[in-house]
Ligand binder design. Structure first.
Ligand SMILES: Nc1nc2c(ncn2[C@@H]2O[C@H](COP(=O)(O)OP(=O)(O)O)[C@@H](O)[C@H]2O)c(=O)[nH]1
Ligand SMILES: Nc1ncnc2c1ncn2[C@@H]1O[C@H](COP(=O)(O)OP(=O)(O)O)[C@@H](O)[C@H]1O
Length: 391
């Protein structure tokens, strides 16, 4: 990998080699096989920021760009990783918003290229540290899922965050949009599903419900563990996705008790209650016999069930799960260059004291969503960072 002299875009057909990094006037380019990815104008709302020059056809292509685009650029440095993604480090930025990946040939992007029949790239934000395994809670309507989740969120407000689903059902009296659900209509939701914005979706009791990728990611970004209240079909989709969750199914002590709770809640009409009770039979059968769930909890006595739930989540007092090491945020300098040693990227600045190490060895996830498991620390500077790393 080397830096070429200033280039004019039309000269890109020149014989440049894989991984070659070109600094252009208002953009930067990187070569991946036969294609040159030109990335620039990211702060310009009129520009989509990415163009591809295909050496084999001699043509420019504007790709479909998925994921959340970074903003607030004051310059960036790039490096090709693994021939499938471009690492982009924003200059003069904070360590919690400086690492971005433009995926150009990862498995996800390859699938999207097939689906759309055109060039596709996808942004993924790099996140320092890991998110804890999300928790999927399923069970028939009225069994007490919402009640148990509320108890968890109330007792451990800094630890858990709720994945706010989208739904086409009408809001109940005390439900707020953006808190309990994102209430939407079918046309908009179907468009968003087509655009790949949903981790999973299902038709439940005659309405469409779904978890957007963003709903799960914002919870993890806040450093919280995500709780998903979704039906059995949704749980099956999440099981098949890359989200490594814990799956818990909640059962009523009896069908009669379920009916009693659903009526006592007083939120549904008689017709809707009947529909939910009919569906409950199949849900209970699938939930308890499919092997899909890691844990099955009977919600008989509420307090006892809550204690069992906490035990599953390691919150029964045996460890102080509320203690978390905060991730320190620091500034990256204005002028930087990148070098690579094995799985570590060294972010060099004019000032040698400001060398920073980005460790990619535990990197996981990626588009659509975030790339997590990154470690970042100033190289050999402070004793409270990992100072074994000498660069
Ligand atoms: N697949 C899927 N199911 C969901 C989602 N959000 C909620 N559900 C499920 O939809 C069903 C109906 O939810 P809701 O109308 O709020 O009624 P409730 O279960 O009686 O509170 C429940 O089984 C929820 O777990 C979602 O995003 N995806
Ligand atoms: N263990 C329990 N015993 C008695 N009532 C319960 C219990 N758990 C929940 N409830 C009540 O049952 C109703 C349905 O609970 P809810 O949490 O709304 O269920 P879900 O979210 O699964 O539809 C609520 O009125 C709630 O107060």
């Amino acid at each position: 990998m080397g830096e070429a002299p200033v280039f004019h875009n039309n000269d890109l057909h020149a014989s440049i080699t894989n991984g070659c990094y070109l600094k252009l006037k208002e953009s930067e380019a990187i070569v991946v096989g036969n294609k040159t990815y030109v990335i620039g104008g990211l702060d310009d709302p009129a520009s989509n920021g990415v163009r591809i020059f295909d050496k084999s056809t001699g043509e420019w292509v504007i790709p479909i760009i998925l994921g959340t685009k970074p903003n607030g650029f004051k310059g960036h440095s790039m490096m090709l990783l693994n021939n499938d993604r471009i690492l982009i480090i924003k200059h003069n930025s904070k360590s919690n918003d400086c690492v971005w990946f433009l995926e150009v040939d990862t498995r996800f992007v390859q699938e999207q290229k097939k689906k759309f029949g055109t060039e596709v790239v996808s942004w993924s934000k790099g996140v320092i540290g890991d998110a804890e395994r999300p928790i999927v809670i399923s069970g028939p309507s009225g069994v007490g899922k919402g009640t148990l989740i509320n108890m968890l969120m109330k007792e451990f407000p800094t630890m858990f965050g709720f994945s706010v689903s989208h739904t086409t059902r009408a809001p109940r009296e005390k439900e707020q949009s953006g808190v309990h659900y994102h209430f939407t209509n079918r046309d908009i939701m179907e468009e968003d599903i087509k655009a790949g914005k949903f981790l999973e979706f299902a038709s439940v009791h005659g309405n469409l419900y779904g978890t957007s990728i963003e709903a799960v990611e914002v919870v993890a970004d806040a450093g919280k563990r995500c709780i998903l209240d979704i039906d059995v079909q949704g749980a099956r989709s999440v099981r098949a996705s890359s989200l490594e969750a814990i799956f818990i199914f909640i059962c009523p002590p009896s069908f009669e008790e379920l009916e009693k709770r659903l009526r006592a809640r007083g939120t549904e009409s008689e017709e809707v209650i009947q529909k939910r009770l009919r569906n409950a039979k199949a849900e209970l059968e699938q939930g308890t016999s499919s092997g899909l769930f890691d844990h099955i909890l009977v919600n008989d006595d509420l307090e006892a069930c809550y204690e069992r739930l906490k035990k599953i989540l390691g919150l029964d007092g045996s460890t102080d799960a509320t203690l978390k090491t905060p991730t320190e945020v620091f500034e990256l300098p204005m002028e930087i260059s990148l070098s690579k040693i094995d799985e570590r990227i060294i972010i060099n600045s004019e000032n040698a004291d400001q060398k920073v190490v980005l460790d990619l060895s535990s990197m996981k996830g990626g588009a659509p969503g975030r790339t997590r498991g990154l470690r970042m620390y100033p190289a050999g500077l402070h004793s409270d960072y990992n100072t074994d790393e000498s660069v």
